[in-house]
Write a protein that binds this ligand. Structure first.
Ligand SMILES: *Cc1c(COP(=O)(O)O)cnc(C)c1O
Length: 395
């Protein structure tokens, strides 16, 4: 077994805790200690844990039919595609099992679009500090050297510009033979540190893409499914992408991803072009259908706006004037508190206090609580987290 004490590969560095069960916003570890989950398994369990409607849909489907493959029609997949397309103003969908796979599909669509236009060497513009996944194409698209290092050769076909910088893209347009066919961005960067672009950034990208006949690809894997106070974050800017990717919260914990397309991107895949054995199977689609239904019934987009404002205002009131707080950024229930110092230690301090949080980009505390949080939960979160941050930074 080598020097490791585990049969697992060493690619994760898990915190010293194992959870046995969860209900709503709470998790319990194997010693019975209760935790407030302000991370939702990284923006996945937006309905909280063990949501009865999702659990029932999963059980019912498991007792009926788990899997058949995409060699046959799948009724739940067609229903889910229709639902998602209506919510996202898209026309059709491809289903897979993760965010990275959804982005792979988007990248393949962009390349097909380029070849259709007789561009043999199509390029996709991507941004600094982005995160798009861990497959070879998506880690190449990712703007973080740590994600790429050691995995060279990277994939060709990507050009990087600064996030939130329209001029950088204009510079590329000015170059002859740039071969650009698409832009791929997150409406708000999640892993990169909850980076919210200028109000008109997405609409300017939309205009550029229209003028250049490029595809606008929006990675809504973290920002989608009501997280930011709209069904999809680009809807804050009234922007509709040509291709949009979704995953994380889509199945409330059951692995499922989707690549949605409209306009020029709709008919790019032909039979045999792309596929997935598990993608969109009856179990995953049933879980996603149940998740969407609850989100609609409980108006969780509006809830995210309301509770997000409460969380932001509460944290702002206690922390904003502290010298070690650089900035509090949020949209809906996606929130980052940037400190002036490295704050990764806060994750274990919070864990001891029974609170699950995350730190990204070294100095930004990230909160992604379940969208079902009540005002009392938010008060509790503000109280606990601000106390932990003050103790950490002042002692
Ligand atoms: C999490 C994430 C991904 C990757 O999703 P996986 O399911 O881990 O492959 C891609 N893009 C964004 C914006 C994400 O937050």
């Amino acid at each position: 077994m080598g020097t490791s004490t585990s049969y697992l590969m060493n690619n994760y560095a898990p915190l010293p805790v194992t959870f046995s069960h969860g209900k709503g916003i709470y998790l319990w570890d194997t010693d019975g200690k209760q935790y407030f989950d302000a991370l939702s398994g990284i923006a996945v369990c937006s309905l909280g844990h063990s949501h009865p409607a999702v659990s029932e849909a999963i059980c019912q489907q498991a007792n009926t039919l788990l899997h058949t493959s995409n060699l046959y029609h799948i009724k739940q997949q067609q229903q889910l595609a229709k639902k998602l397309c209506q919510l996202a103003q898209m026309d059709n969908a491809f289903f897979c099992n993760s965010g990275a796979e959804a982005n792979e599909a988007a990248i393949k669509l962009a390349r097909l679009y380029g070849h259709k236009k007789n561009i043999q060497n199509p390029q996709i513009i991507v941004t600094s500090n982005s995160f798009h996944g861990r497959t070879l194409a998506t880690l190449t698209a990712t703007g973080n050297r740590k994600v790429q290092a050691g995995f060279e050769p990277l994939m060709p076909g990507f050009i990087r510009v600064d996030y939130n910088d329209i001029n950088a893209i204009n510079t590329i347009i000015a170059q002859p033979n740039h071969n650009v066919v698409a832009i791929l961005v997150e409406p708000i960067q999640g892993e990169g540190g909850v980076n919210i672009p200028d109000e008109n950034y997405l609409s300017q990208l939309r205009q550029l893409c229209d003028a250049q006949q490029w595809l606008l690809i929006l990675d809504e894997i973290q920002t989608g499914m009501c997280r930011t106070g709209k069904w999809f974050a680009a809807q804050h800017s009234n922007v509709v992408a040509d291709i949009m990717t979704v995953a994380k919260a889509l199945g409330n914990g059951v692995p499922i991803g989707a690549c949605l397309a409209t306009r020029e991107a709709v008919q790019l895949f032909q039979a045999g072009n792309h596929g997935s054995t598990f993608g969109g199977n009856p179990l995953a689609c049933s879980a996603a259908l149940a998740t969407i239904e609850v989100m609609q019934e409980e108006k969780l987009d509006q809830q995210a706006t309301l509770r997000g404002k409460q969380l932001h205002q509460g944290l702002h009131a206690v922390l904003a004037d502290k010298p070690y707080i650089r900035n509090i950024r949020s949209q809906g229930l996606m929130l980052g508190i940037e400190l002036t110092q490295n704050s990764t230690e806060l994750v274990s301090i919070a864990l001891q206090e029974g609170l699950l949080i995350n730190v990204t980009a070294g100095n930004t505390v990230r909160l992604l609580p379940p969208l079902i949080v009540t005002d009392t939960h938010i008060e509790q979160l503000i109280e606990t987290l601000s106390r932990i941050i003050m103790q950490f930074a002042e002692h």
